[in-house]
Write a protein that binds this ligand. Structure first.
Ligand code: ARG
Length: 479
């Protein structure tokens, strides 16, 4: 490609080939290729406004840069980065602008602007996908609001609930990450352009104009911070990590519950593999891979944190190495969420197995509540009796004599019959008896589900509008 323009001054010799490959960001700058083009178009317009380049040249430069968006050029591996590459292309096509492209603009401010534009686009995309998953979970939680399913604490059967209730718990967890995602977008709303390399520039660029052109809502207030801080990457990765952690729990439950030992769920064949040697296997490979993504995203967060630690305040090229970790994390989550939505819609519940594990004594606490609420027995004593009943059920010794003996031993003058005891612990009756908001009572699950769907529609609209407004702004830049 010949000597790149920025090496023609101070340095006499070309870069060592391996050193060039080693330090180049070309291979991962494809992620920000289009944003870097937008940034350069905006800068051309700002230079035109300054009168440094003619209207005619600016027009030709914008059209030449715009055509890069449609091309499938890949950045040659030995080129330092996308910014140098774009400048070199423009310098060939419209030399009078290409030669001016770095006036008042450094790669240091250009790269931050490009990263922020890309993060905004990716967060909009990811949020909409996330909201689709939440919506699928809530819809399914409503249709499964009567599907009895046990809940585990300490991985021990704890209480009867429903599959819908469990799905809703995950829907709520995922939905609660929305403010974090919105905060990430907000953190990317400051336009760094005009900051140049580190201290601003004597070129009187109209920074507000630059920000407006690129859809930023305001300009940054300190050029040093704007060019060299990547704290917003940590914020973004923390949001992604939260989502990945939630997915890993859900995936773990899919793996556990679809195993023959639990047998509560039947994963659709489309998301299973089998063994090359053991033909009976139904391996939940999608869920297993999904479980690993939290580790991958955590790895990215740890790596980026490590790179940022002890960075002196002005730009250092270490910063370049942070973004591939971020794009990888986005990729991992995008594919996980898209698959998760399909799994949520199609996974089947093995009703009898899930019901069986919810049978007495899973709802033993209901005996205690019954004795306390209806007979005034102290809760501690009632808990003891319920424990005794649990033992009788498990050892298959529940009968009227053993029950009477138990109540006598505890000096409680109440006698519940076998039928009554079993009926109190009946899983469906139990969930219908849950009396508080937020419980697994199917009525509450359905009502809350409907409220959530309503909220989701509004939030989705907000993200769609934001995303469309942003795309429109970038599109208008090409005119
Ligand atoms: N490729 C660099 C990055 O991604 C762009 C900025 C390089 N600046 C510099 N002065 N070497 O961070």
């Amino acid at each position: 490609m010949g000597k790149p323009p920025h090496r023609r001054g101070m340095l006499e010799r070309d870069m060592d080939h391996d050193a060039a490959l080693y330090t180049s960001s070309s291979s991962f700058d494809r992620y920000i290729f289009d944003s870097a083009v937008y940034v350069n178009i905006a800068h051309v317009k700002a230079l035109e406004r300054l009168g440094v380049i003619s209207n005619e040249s600016a027009k030709r430069a914008v059209s030449s840069l715009s055509s890069l968006l449609k091309s499938d050029l890949s950045i040659p591996e030995e080129v330092e980065d996308v910014h140098i590459y774009i400048e070199s292309i423009l310098s060939k096509q419209v030399p009078e602008v290409g030669e001016m492209l770095a006036l008042g603009k450094s790669r240091n401010d250009a790269v931050v602007a490009s990263i922020k534009i890309k993060i905004k686009q990716r967060v909009y995309g990811l949020s909409l996908t996330l909201l689709d998953v939440v919506e699928a979970m809530v819809n399914r939680s409503i249709t499964e609001s009567n599907t009895i399913f046990p809940i585990y604490t300490h991985l021990q059967r704890a209480a009867p609930a429903t599959f819908g209730f469990i799905l809703q718990a995950y829907a709520v967890r995922l939905y609660k990450t929305v403010p974090q995602l919105e905060a990430v977008i907000e953190a990317c709303e400051e336009c760094p352009l005009g900051s140049a390399a580190c201290a601003g520039t004597s070129v009187p660029l109209d920074r507000e104009y630059l920000a407006r052109l690129l859809g930023f809502s305001r300009i940054s207030r300190n050029a040093l911070e704007a060019t060299a801080s990547r704290d917003f990457l940590l914020q973004c990765l923390a949001a992604l990590l939260t989502i990945a952690v939630i997915l890993s729990s859900f995936a773990e439950e899919l793996v556990l519950y679809s195993s023959e030992e639990f047998g509560f769920l039947r994963m659709p064949d489309e998301y299973l593999a089998t063994s090359s040697i053991m033909p009976q296997k139904r391996n939940p490979v999608v869920a297993e891979i999904m479980r690993t993504k939290a580790a991958e995203v955590l790895g990215s967060l740890v790596a980026v944190t490590g790179m940022l630690v002890r960075q002196p305040s002005g730009y250092n090229i270490d910063l370049q190495q942070t973004t591939p970790k971020l794009w990888k994390a986005f990729d991992e989550l995008d594919s996980s969420l898209k698959l998760l939505e399909r799994v949520v819609k199609t996974v089947e519940v093995e009703l009898s197995r899930a019901l069986h594990s919810s049978m007495p004594p899973t709802a033993a606490i209901e005996i205690a509540n019954h004795l306390t609420l209806n007979y005034g027995v102290s809760f501690r004593k009632a808990h003891e009796i319920a424990g005794g009943i649990s033992r009788l059920v498990i050892s298959r010794q529940l009968n009227s004599q053993s029950l009477k003996k138990l109540f006598d031993e505890k000096s409680v003058k109440i006698y519940l019959g076998v039928e009554e005891v079993l009926s109190i612990m009946d899983p469906l009756k139990t969930v219908e008896r849950y009396a508080v908001e937020g419980s697994a009572n199917p009525q509450y699950v359905r009502r809350f589900g409907m409220e959530l769907l309503e909220e989701l529609r509004k939030v989705k609209m907000r993200f769609l509008e934001g995303s469309e407004r942003f795309s429109k702004t970038l599109q208008e830049l090409l005119d």
